[in-house]
Design a protein. Structure first.
Length: 88
């Protein structure tokens, strides 16, 4: 194996490790963007779930004046994955 192929392989391994660590990092709260990426849904869809009460979510100030953004707890994300959305 030449040096170039070895460096290429190491880069791939490093990228995969970075992705694995990012995926396994547990946070207390997730933004709509993070939840949508984790669940493979559009941000609009996750915001609608919050607005309609299909998931337990809270609002917090987001640093843009008076506007607030939805945040979802890790426990709720786990519940959504295991049990699905709350009924309407």
């Amino acid at each position: 194996m030449n040096a170039e192929a070895l460096l290429e392989r190491l880069d791939r391994i490093e990228t995969l490790l970075h992705d694995l660590v990012a995926e396994r990092t547990v946070k207390d709260w997730y933004t709509v963007a993070e939840v949508s990426e984790i669940l493979g849904k559009a941000e609009f869809t996750v915001r609608e779930w919050c607005r309609l009460g299909r998931v337990y979510a809270s609002k917090r100030a987001c640093g843009r004046g008076l506007s607030q953004e939805w945040i979802i707890a890790h426990e709720e994300l786990t519940r959504i994955r295991n049990e699905g959305l709350l009924p309407m």
